[in-house]
Structures are given as structure tokens and as C-alpha cells.
Design a protein around this ligand. Structure first.
Ligand code: NAD
Length: 446
């Protein structure tokens, strides 16, 4: 049992020591993460009548910062850590993207995630570009004081290149509202008081109501909109969800509330399965109080690998990158995959699944609810006027419904899958902004 009651399942998850959380390689061993993202990009570029200069420029991030952060450790020794901030593109607005604390953080994956943010903010149509950051560290081996010193040291190194109108970090794996509050505070020491420098802050410290649930809520809206095109409702389907942290647990709870049957969920410690449907509020309570959904005893325990083969209609990856790959894809029985996680599917698996008729709701659309409410938080900070949660949720729904419709329209028009359509829509929006700024790279198109 945990000491003290965590606020969310992801807090519980952060607090308990346990197995290594090493992400499955997003490459499946054949391509680097950024090459995989650029492969998706290349496919979408083929649909568009754009100069090759756009593709060349947009494959490469605008700026990459690698910085050493040295801090005093509690035992009197010192620790040196490597942090990154990659700013991919800002033609549609300030750079925007999360900050990850994980031992596997490395430049190549940060580049890939920064690029995905450019496309995600364009698909959901919020006035931001794309960025991502991270510090290579295992947050669970550091004390809260060490983590605070590390965060402050990182802000000291990058405060000149972030800001409410420059680059706005947010939480990602291994970070939460706590780290965002420290970033806001340290940026205030270095520059000026400006809560809009970072999003995902605690609601009691300039955060937005509804941000915690936003990614899961957006994922559920996206699934709902897609099911409508198949003449189905959320309550008609069975769901399996990998990951029971912020994204996975909210997705599970909201699907359950909508009458959907969540038959299996997992976290890093294990998975549980009940073909009749899990009692998700009870599973959530177990996860909250014990640190893992797998401790829920009223369902059958299965392995993390078996989760992929569970009989269901919709599979939701909501944990790591690269988990749907050539090994796991053939096991998947679902006819729809809703990508709550970033970059969960390798291009090989994407191709194989589509050939089998499986529909993939791509990450840059499906999990865009998080950055949407981050945008709302930024707006509220600038307006200095907080919105009610009902307003946040209503506007999130509007954004998700509109984005799904735009992606679907592009897919129908071009006769392509939803991922290629989402990338093409995003590229066309970024290219238009770039041209309108006067950066018309193709002189023949002037
Ligand atoms: P989190 O840290 O809150 O939760 C991660 C969950 O994944 C935990 O339940 C953990 O136990 C589980 N997990 C880790 N390794 C696993 C494994 N091998 N097998 C099964 N489960 C495993 O993280 P999160 O914020 O929910 O993020 C999950 C994914 O969603 C990431 O890819 C993240 O980049 C993406 N995402 C998050 C947000 C957001 O707003 N939090 C927004 C967009 C995308």
C-alpha cells in the first residue's frame, strides 16, 4: 500500500518503485523513431502538390538543445544529467510539447515526438507548433528535492528559449503538474511571472479544469465519431486498453460511463481480463489504493502480451511507443485501434493491420485532447480568467468532432487511410502558414 492517498492513478504509479519501464523500441529494431515518423510524412507528402523543399525542411527540427544539468544529490555527491529540448516547427504558433523524465530519453526519439507535435497541433487546429523535451534520468531513483533541483537546473539552461509566446512545455511520461509548477516558478525567478509559460499545472496553481481527463476524453470522442461512421455506438463495443495511467485510466472510465464494455486493462505490472466487462470504477479504486490495476482480484489475470490477443472491438494502446509491431500486430483481434499513446504503431505493423481491414485512429488525431486543453489552459492564463469544466469539455468535444470530420473528409477524398489523411491535412496547414509568412520556398508557386 502507498503512504498517503495519491490524487490520480498516475500519481500512484509515479510513487511506487517497480519494474523497469524501458519503452519498447519505437523502431522494432529496423528504423529510428524519427525515420518512422518521416516515413509516415513522406507518404502524406505524395498526396500534396508541394515543393520538395517543404518536405526536406519539415523532416528536420528547427532547433535542438542538448544540455548538461549538474545537481547536488541528497547524499552529498553530485549528479550530471543530459536534457534535451527539440523545437520542430513554429509556423502556426509558439512551439508546444511535453517534457519526459525517463532513463531512455534520447535525442532521436525526442525529435520524433517533437515532429508529431507539429502535426498534432495542426490537425486539431490550435495555434501552436511542435516541440518536445526530456531529461535522461530515472525519476523513481531521485528524491522529490533532487527532482526539483533537476527541474530548476533544466529551466536555468533553457529559460531563454521557452516562454508563453516562444515554447510552452507540458507534462509527459515521468512528469506531472508538480514539475510544471516548478517550471513556472523557476521561469518566474529567471524571467518574469508568466503562468502561460507551461501547461498541465495543478488546477490550484493556474492549471485548467478538465486537463487531467482531457487526453482520455478526447480519445473517447474520437472513437465515438469513428463508430458513428460504422453505424455503431460506444455502448455497442468491447474495449481492451494497454496502460492504466493518465490516458488509459481516463479512457477506461469514460468508456465505462458511456456504457461500453471494457474487457481488459493493463499496466506495467500486469493485465486483467473479464469477457463480461470489468467494473472499471472498482478497478480504478484498486489501482489508486495499491498502485496497480493488476491487483484487482475479481477478474482473471493475464500477461501483458496476452492483452493484445483479447477478443474485443477496439484496442487502445495508452502506454509506450512501438508496442504494436510485427510481433504483436498479428495477434490483435480488434477491428479498430485508437492510439491514445504517442507513436504506438510501427509503419510495418500499420501496413499489415490495414491490409487486414483494421482501422487505425492515428495518435496525431486520437490523443490530441491533451494539447487541446493545454491550449485552453494557455488561453485562460493569458485572459487571467478560469473557465468552468463544462466549458472546457464542451469546447474539447467541438475540437475533436471537427478534427475527426476534417480527417475523414480528406481520407474519403484522397482514398487513403486516416493516418495518411491526418498527416496530409496537417502538412497542408503548416505549409500554408509557412507560405503566408512569406517563406514561399517554391519560387514556381509564387
Ligand atoms: P502515465 O505515466 O500516466 O501512464 C503510463 C501507463 O503505462 C502506466 O499505467 C504504466 O504502468 C503503463 N505501462 C508502462 N509500461 C507498460 C508496459 N510495458 N505494458 C503495459 N503498460 C505499461 O503516462 P500517460 O500520460 O498516460 O501517457 C501514456 C501515453 O500517452 C504516452 O505515450 C504519452 O506520450 C501519451 N500521451 C499522453 C498525453 C497526456 O496528456 N498525458 C497526451 C498525449 C499523449
Amino acid at each position: 500500500m502507498l503512504e498517503g492517498q495519491p490524487d490520480t492513478v498516475s500519481d500512484a504509479y509515479d510513487q511506487r518503485p517497480g519494474p523497469d519501464l524501458t519503452p519498447v523500441s519505437a523502431t522494432g529494431g529496423t528504423m529510428s523513431a524519427i525515420d518512422e515518423t518521416n516515413a509516415y510524412l513522406a507518404k502524406a507528402f505524395k498526396l500534396l502538390d508541394l515543393s520538395s523543399r517543404f518536405e526536406i525542411a519539415l523532416r528536420t527540427p528547427s532547433r535542438e538543445v542538448r544540455t548538461e544539468v549538474i545537481i547536488d544529490l541528497d547524499d552529498g555527491t553530485f549528479g550530471n544529467f543530459i536534457g534535451y529540448r527539440v523545437q520542430h516547427d513554429n509556423s502556426r504558433g509558439p512551439f508546444k510539447g511535453g517534457l519526459r523524465y525517463h532513463q531512455e530519453v534520447e535525442l532521436d526519439e525526442v525529435r520524433s515526438l517533437a515532429s508529431l507535435m507539429t502535426w498534432k497541433t495542426a490537425v486539431i487546429d490550435v495555434p501552436f507548433g511542435g516541440a518536445k523535451g526530456g531529461i535522461a534520468c530515472d525519476p523513481r531513483t531521485l528524491s522529490v528535492r533532487e527532482l526539483r533541483r533537476l527541474t530548476m537546473g533544466f529551466v536555468d539552461a533553457i529559460h531563454d528559449i521557452i516562454g508563453p509566446y516562444i515554447d510552452i512545455p507540458a507534462p509527459d511520461m515521468g512528469t506531472s503538474g508538480r514539475e510544471m509548477a516548478w517550471i513556472m516558478d523557476q521561469y518566474g525567478q529567471r524571467q518574469r511571472f508568466a503562468p502561460a509559460v507551461v501547461t498541465g499545472k495543478p488546477v490550484t496553481l493556474f492549471g485548467s479544469a478538465g486537463r487531467d481527463a482531457a487526453t482520455g476524453r478526447g480519445t473517447v470522442f474520437c472513437i465515438r465519431e469513428h463508430l458513428k461512421t460504422e453505424g455503431k455506438k460506444l455502448s455497442d463495443c468491447r474495449y481492451a486498453i494497454q496502460g492504466f495511467g493518465n490516458v488509459g485510466s481516463w479512457t477506461a472510465r469514460l468508456l465505462h460511463e458511456a456504457g461500453g464494455k471494457v474487457v481488459a486493462v493493463s499496466d506495467v505490472y500486469g493485465a486483467i481480463h473479464d469477457p463480461a466487462g470489468l467494473d472499471i470504477p472498482a478497478v480504478y479504486e484498486t489501482a489508486r489504493s495499491t498502485g496497480s490495476c493488476s491487483n484487482y482480484s475479481a477478474a482473471r489475470t493475464i500477461s501483458g502480451d496476452e492483452l493484445f490477443a483479447v477478443d474485443c472491438d477496439v484496442f487502445v494502446p495508452a502506454a509506450l511507443g512501438g508496442v504494436i509491431n510485427s510481433r504483436t500486430a498479428p495477434q490483435i483481434k480488434a477491428s479498430v485501434i485508437a492510439e491514445g499513446a504517442n507513436h504506438p504503431t510501427t509503419p510495418e505493423a500499420d501496413e499489415a493491420l490495414r491490409q487486414r481491414g483494421v482501422v487505425l485512429l492515428p495518435d496525431i488525431l486520437c490523443n490530441a485532447g491533451g494539447v487541446t486543453v493545454s491550449y485552453f489552459e494557455w488561453v485562460q492564463n493569458i485572459q487571467e480568467y478560469p473557465w468552468d469544466e463544462s466549458v472546457v469539455n464542451e469546447r474539447l468535444e467541438e475540437k475533436m468532432v471537427k478534427a475527426y470530420a476534417a480527417v475523414r473528409e480528406m481520407a474519403n477524398k484522397e482514398r487513403v487511410d486516416l493516418r495518411t489523411a491526418a498527416f496530409a491535412l496537417a502538412i497542408s496547414r503548416v505549409a500554408r502558414a509557412t507560405e503566408q509568412r512569406g517563406w514561399a520556398w517554391d519560387e514556381n508557386k509564387d
